[in-house]
Write a protein that binds this ligand. Sequence first.
Ligand code: PAF
Length: 282
Amino acid sequence: MVINSKTSLQETLEIARKEGKIIGLVPTMGALHDGHLSLINFAYSHCDKVVVSVFVNPTQFNNASDLEKYPRDVTKDAEFLRTHNPETIIFTPEVSEIYSGKVESESFDFGSFVNYMEGEFRTGHFDGVGSVLKRLFEIVKPDKAFFGEKDYQQLLVVKKLVEITGQDVEIIGCPTSRNEFGLAQSSRNFRLTDSELKEAELIYKALSKVKKMFDTNSIKEIENDVEKMFEAHPSFELEYFSIVKEDDLIPTTNKEPKQKYRAFIAAFLGEVRLIDNMALNY
Ligand code: PAF
């Protein structure tokens, strides 16, 4: 079922809520793929009613061409869900339902979560994400909302958002869905050619190698190794590689005992920007 208006969505959900149903929200920007499907299935294992929002949020793009080229096809998304999870509600609000007046972000204090990586390279991105999610949580009032660990930094930012806003929604992280070669599922993969899709596996290979090296090599050695791997593939441009502490997302140059670490990569393959991350010692 596709619903565009906030009022009819709320009426439908009110009935479900009165029946004691647990409501889950899977926020997306559309171009649904198997990664979204695994999030939706995860949501169904925790909730009775699942809403998938499809909204390409203008305020989280710091690059106009990325926003313009972002794949949009609500009919295809609706068809995808009809085939896999027909009882799911798709909520496709207009920009004016989300942003009344000026289309601009609110600013949030997400602390160290936004100082590096996506926060550093995409100025204002997380304020945009926070603004749209705050509004979606207000409209849908979900009991639980589901986010993929592929966007791990986003997941921690969203947990911080609900702490700041006091919104009563449980934020649940879901494991990254990968293709058979390890490439993380992403709507941006639709923009890759067949040969680029094959090349894109380098990101997962690099992260897997980092995980293997982590116990025995220094951070510097690991960083050099990753840089060399990407230099050997000139169609890639490595934007950042960072090993960070899992709890504050601050990059590290040395390893402390009992600390959990995660590695993050962002790289351009042609014009397409891809990101991924992996837990290293937990
Ligand atoms: O991860 C995304 O697709 C977006 O950042 C989200 C959470 C739907 C907010 O626009």
